[in-house]
Design a protein around this ligand. Structure first.
Ligand code: RIB
Ligand code: CA
Length: 303
């Protein structure tokens, strides 16, 4: 799982740890909701909260491919990337390796078995498939939280944050030829975890549910202030939910391209539903989710 924790990344990781359908082999980290040192430290903390400090954390890209890193995640995720809970330092250490090479080794070492679940900017996946293009044929599938098909953006009017943070990397990932499923804002906005839903999780009173409630307070306020909603859209856990139980979603294969560099449209994901550009489909775009069943599944696993 490639991640930039991040409050919703944390909720997705803990969901995966509690779901027997998936086995998280490693967390690879990337800049995004914070700098990569921050997201790496947070990945260690989250695994320790989940009782899985044994799972390796492998640091990845510190910056996008073509420009400098300019962190903006803190307005939504807090300066520490975990809702300003300022938890004590993690006990563990990251692996002395780098995400792109680690991804190549893991995928080539277990042909057809590894799912790459990416819920941050796609820099590590772009570097990995550039280092070893054969991973596109040896990976089981690639599932990303990113993009926005026929839907407004969030990082810009047209682009979603993970794609906007490294549009060039996203273009490489979208055209690498691997089985790619995309959960964009068009589907993640269909599920909202309300304040009451988070309070319900809290009644379990376990280290995991107490952690989730603590880190989501700042996040809830950020959504209330920015979007005027009670609750938050469920981004990264939607992508984890697809790996846990794909029957929660409807999807359609279509050609999707990524706008790179344009002043206003940088990071826009453009779907060609009527095949007017004459290109073969390259992405399985999730279009609908059974939000009630998803929220019930999340609650049952986490509590
Ligand atoms: O646009 C939402 C995405 O950006 C999520 O992955 C969130 O964690 C942030 O990285
Ligand atoms: Ca994320």
């Amino acid at each position: 799982m490639d991640t930039d924790p991040g409050v919703d990344d944390a909720m997705a990781i803990l969901f995966g740890l509690r779901s027997p359908e998936v086995q998280i082999e490693a967390l690879t980290t990337v800049f995004g909701n914070g700098g990569v040192a921050r997201t790496t430290e947070n990945a260690l903390k989250i695994l320790e909260v989940g009782g899985r400090g044994d799972i390796p954390v492998v640091p990845g890209a510190a910056k996008p491919l073509l420009h400098a890193y300019h962190g903006k995640g803190s307005t939504v995720h807090g300066a520490d990337g975990l809702g300003n809970t300022n938890l004590p330092a993690a006990k563990g250490q990251p692996l002395n390796a780098r995400a792109a090479e680690y991804i190549v080794q893991q995928v080539m070492g277990a042909p057809g078995e590894i799912t790459l679940l990416a819920v941050g900017p796609l820099t590590n996946l772009a570097l990995a498939v550039s280092l070893e293009p054969a991973i596109a044929h040896n990976v089981k599938q690639v599932v990303i939280m990113g993009g926005a098909v026929d839907h407004r953006g969030n990082a810009s009017p047209l682009a979603e944050a993970n794609i906007h943070n490294d549009a060039a990397a996203a273009k490489i990932v979208f055209h690498a030829g691997w089985p790619l499923t995309m959960l964009g804002l068009n589907v993640t906005h269909q599920t909202v975890m309300t304040t009451a839903y988070v309070e319900q999780l809290k009644t379990a009173d376990t280290p995991v549910t107490n952690f989730i409630c603590a880190i989501s307070q700042f996040y809830l306020n950020a959504y209330r202030t920015r979007d005027g909603i009670d609750g938050f859209f469920v981004h990264d856990s939607s992508a984890m939910a697809y790996v846990v139980d794909p029957t929660l979603f409807q999807s359609q294969k279509v050609y999707v391209d990524v706008q790179v560099g344009d002043a206003r449209a940088n990071g826009q994901t453009m779907a060609d539903w009527r095949n007017q550009w004459g290109q073969p489909p390259n992405v399985n775009v999730c279009t609908k989710v059974d939000a009630d069943r998803f929220l019930k599944l999340y609650q049952s696993r986490i509590m």
